[in-house]
Design a binder for this molecule. Structure first.
Ligand code: GTP
Ligand code: MG
Length: 216
């Protein structure tokens, strides 16, 4: 039987090299955006990192780019409050999104972020793939499913990336994979491979680099 949502295979040498090269080149912070009108021109392919607050979006961008403090990461949930654009060479944008599902920020602030996040995820022409990050300790939560449903309806392909895999045991990993596969199954926009990462240990980083580098 074919396994649904298998772990992405390690990239072939040529794709791995393409990913390595792209991410070893220039990466720069472009701007923080607080309204759709502030988005940079939609003149190149972009990928974004979405996920619950504190899941490790900013840390993953830092791991991918090998720059420790490019994206501001923090132990305090709700750290990233704008849509942060980074240029990856001159062919791609990397987009760090504010986390969702963060209950402790003032309600009006949360509403503002959520509205912007939803507008962005459903209305950006050049958004080629959304990486939906899921904490390997927690699996997919109802707020993640809400975002996935939004991505389904706007026909934006999303790929699930498990984060913090260094924090779980082998058996916990099997369990969370089963949960994740079950939750992804009903989503037509879900890309059929998972990427398991640890920004701490560096696992899955080369795979994700090559996925981003080989998108067309
Ligand atoms: N052990 C471990 N910790 C991680 C990993 N990735 C992120 N963290 C930690 O998780 C915390 C949150 O990371 P961030 O990258 O700030 O999370 P975020 O998703 O950008 O959070 P918001 O901007 O608030 O939405 C930090 O303390 C990171 O050091 C990982 O792969 N392994
Ligand atoms: Mg962040």
């Amino acid at each position: 039987m074919q396994m649904h949502f298998p772990e992405a295979e390690a990239p072939d040498p040529a794709s791995a090299e393409q990913g390595r090269k792209l991410f070893a080149g220039p990466v720069d912070f472009l701007k923080g955006v607080v309204a759709m009108s502030g988005l940079p021109p939609a003149d190149r392919l972009e990928v974004c990192f979405a996920g619950r607050s504190n899941v490790g979006k900013s840390t993953l961008i830092n791991a991918l780019t090998g720059r420790k403090a490019l994206a501001r990461a923090s132990n305090t949930p709700g750290r990233t409050q704008e849509i942060n654009y980074f240029t990856l060479g001159d062919s791609r944008y990397l987009v760090d999104l504010p986390g969702y599902g963060y209950a402790n920020a003032p309600l009006d602030v949360v509403r503002k972020w959520q509205a912007l996040l939803k507008q962005y995820l459903s209305g950006r022409q050049t958004l080629r793939r959304a990486f939906v990050l899921v904490d390997a300790r927690h699996g997919i939560k109802p707020v993640d499913e809400e975002i996935m449903t939004l991505l389904d309806s706007s026909a934006v392909t999303f790929q699930c990336v498990l984060t913090k895999t260094d924090k779980i045991s082998e058996s916990a990993r099997e369990k969370v994979l089963e949960q994740v596969r079950g939750k992804l199954a009903p989503h037509p926009a879900a890309y059929p491979e998972l990427i398991l990462t640890s920004s701490e240990k560096g696992s899955g980083i080369a795979t994700l680099r090559s996925v981003i580098a080989t998108l067309e």
